[in-house]
Design a protein. Structure first.
Length: 274
């Protein structure tokens, strides 16, 4: 099987990290299988390694792969932050493959240490702003409450949201989160980011018709084309990103991992522009 070159590599641009972890999932397991599946989809001969702006991602000195970590629930926050931190310390931008969405909190902690004054663009069906979901403050439904209360981002913009409830609306107001629900999703094309940007892409931001390999099927989401258009329209210095919540056990045809690889490719292309 073809693989990315391992970290460390001299003069590379983007460090890759897999976080094979799903113990903070509230509904079903399976997202821990995703990191290797995304790598396999990237190299699948059914597609190629070119992006839509004609960037060739198979060229030398683009990616250095730190491999996967498989932490326990207790150790996941510190192990993930440290693993991502090593990549930032090497001067790389960072792309992580989850895993459930709880991995984003320590990934953002590492990003914020390297790049203060961070902004976050969050693609998701869910706001993930619960203060303490099902007695687990580190649930995959809570990472952005932890991120914002820790002051790790000056700005959080959420796209694709279609499940917000009263508690999470209160949390959004408390933290000043810009929630662009699906009925207003096109507003994202009018947003500019004037500080380093971190993108977190939960695969369930997409309608399950386009991405069935997710744990939480929530109809009414973005199409693959719409999500890619948002990414491609960004004018920002993207310093870090993650693709999370792919659950391969829900998609026996492997369609969703190909979509995840496509999202990875288009985010990487934008990262390489600055």
């Amino acid at each position: 099987m073809r693989t990315f070159r391992p970290f460390p590599q001299q003069n590379t641009r983007i460090g890759l990290l897999g976080v094979a972890f799903d113990e903070n999932s509230s509904y079903m397991r399976g997202a821990a299988l995703a990191p290797q599946r995304i790598r396999e989809a990237f190299f699948c001969d059914s597609s190629n390694q070119w992006t839509e702006d004609e960037t060739y991602l198979g060229a030398d000195r683009i990616f250095a792969d730190a491999g996967d970590i498989t932490p326990s629930q207790a150790d996941m926050p510190i192990e993930t932050e440290q693993a991502a931190g090593r990549l930032y310390e090497a001067g790389l931008k960072v792309m992580a493959f989850g895993g459930d969405h709880s991995v984003t909190y320590p990934l953002v902690k590492a990003a914020a240490k390297a790049h203060p004054n961070l902004s976050i663009l969050h693609f998701d069906a869910h706001p993930d702003l619960y203060d303490n979901f099902e007695d687990n403050p580190h649930s995959h439904a809570s990472p952005f409450a932890r991120i914002m209360e820790a002051g790790l981002a000056k700005r959080l913009v959420q796209v694709g949201i279609r499940t917000i409830n009263g508690h999470q609306r209160e949390q959004a107001n408390r933290f000043g989160v810009e929630v662009l629900t699906m009925k207003n999703w096109q507003d994202v094309f009018n947003i500019n980011f004037d500080s380093p940007l971190y993108i977190t892409f939960d695969m369930d931001c997409l309608d399950p018709a386009f991405a069935p390999g997710i744990s939480h099927w929530e109809p009414g989401g973005l199409s693959t084309r719409e999500a890619l258009s948002v990414i491609q329209s960004l004018q920002a210095n993207i310093i870090g990103a993650d693709v999370v919540e792919l659950n391969p056990t829900r998609d026996p045809l492997n369609v969703t991992e190909m979509v995840a690889a496509k999202v990875f490719k288009e985010i990487a292309a934008k990262m390489l522009m600055r």
